[in-house]
Design a protein around this ligand. Structure first.
Ligand code: PMP
Length: 344
């Protein structure tokens, strides 16, 4: 009798453990799984992983690229939007009708607008004036609301506005710049997908531009989890100064989504041994156009990442190594920007 009970207990424990492995993602055990995601209309959790492909331009090095522009809203931010909102839903911190508010220069807002549309949540994007018109229209198309903050206050002004709103209204703030689940979405999602698809399953260097830092930190942690000895590489866009006496170079703001030191997730202690590769803004744009000419419909941060990865490949110690980068979003978001200027 006692033996049967023990066997039943093992079956129950195994079943509960299995339930914690949600397709593509892993949730901490403390989360209740009884609060199911919406059963109707909710399709995004059924989508397959994005492809990982080796790309060589002209006779340059081979770089393994994760085509994250193929996510449903067109960017890698679908991953963090899903991870954070689904987790909050399962933990009953949000429910149908809750208002989600996020500060973002674009991609995260678009992703959250889509996820909220799917889950019956209200969404308000707070953005600095000056983001491309396409982004605003896409958010509105998903039923989201857009509030603009002064351009001069930048993304920091938008973040401050969301915190102000949270003081007076009942809202859920995903807080992509400080929420560790941003990195967790990449650690348990993107990194595992890459390792599954990579012949040999080992990465020597991972290269990414940094906005929140969630992508670089999450990928680095995911690869370390699998035992890879991987160098994290920060792709940093810069502008050269035209005058001799001015500083040599400053951070380039021409690459949307890539920001200078504003995140709490991105730090040297989170990325031990990190290397930084600087890429000129115009080089990033040229590389983006080359990628488009090769049939990759990507935005400027993909050109930045790819060019930085090419520069990493020139380094002796990584010459034969596997270099992985990510293509974060799609070209259609940039029709009204300098990326398409020459084609107008
Ligand atoms: N590229 C684009 C287009 C982005 O929108 C972002 C993030 N806002 C990044 C790159 C950088 O990714 P992360 O925030 O994970 O550092």
């Amino acid at each position: 009798m006692r033996r049967i009970q023990a066997r039943e207990a093992i079956v129950v424990v195994t079943a509960v453990a299995m339930l914690h492995i949600i397709p593509g993602y892993w949730y901490p055990r403390s989360i209740s799984l009884t609060h199911h995601l919406p059963a109707t209309n909710y399709y995004i959790q059924m989508l397959s992983p994005t492809p990982l492909v080796p790309i060589r331009l002209e006779d340059g090095p081979e770089i393994w690229c994760k085509l994250d522009f193929l996510n449903p809203s067109g960017s890698t931010k679908d991953r963090i939007a899903r991870f954070i909102v689904e987790k909050a839903w399962r933990e009953r911190r949000i429910a149908r009708g809750t208002t989600v508010v996020e500060a973002s220069s674009g991609s995260t807002s678009i992703a959250l607008a889509l996820v909220c549309a799917q889950m019956g949540l209200r969404f308000v994007a707070v953005m600095p004036e000056g983001v491309s018109n396409e982004r605003v229209k896409i958010i509105r198309a998903y039923g989201g609301e857009v509030r603009m903050t002064p351009r001069s206050a930048g993304i920091r002004g938008a973040i401050a506005e969301t915190e102000r709103m949270a003081e007076t209204e009942t809202v859920f703030l995903p807080r992509q710049f400080s929420n560790e689940d941003n990195a967790a979405a990449h650690r348990f999602g993107t990194a595992r997908e890459i390792l599954n698809d990579l012949p040999g399953g080992a990465v020597d260097a991972v290269v990414s531009g940094v906005g929140t830092g969630g992508t670089l930190v999450g990928l680095y942690r995911g690869f370390c989890d699998a035992g890879c000895r991987v160098t994290p590489v920060h792709a940093r866009p810069i502008e050269w100064s035209a005058t001799e006496d001015a500083e040599c170079c400053s951070f380039s703001t021409r690459i949307p989504g890539v920001l200078d030191s504003i995140s709490e997730i991105f730090s040297e202690s989170a990325l031990p041994g990190m290397a930084t590769v600087e890429v000129r803004g115009d080089e990033a744009m040229d590389t983006t156009r080359k990628l488009m000419c090769n049939g990759f419909p990507v935005g400027p941060s993909s050109g930045l990442n790819y060019r930085a990865a090419q520069l990493v490949a020139e380094r002796e110690e990584l010459h034969e190594g596997v270099i992985v980068t990510i293509f974060p979003d799609r070209m259609e978001r940039y029709f009204s920007t300098e990326l398409f200027g020459a084609l107008a």
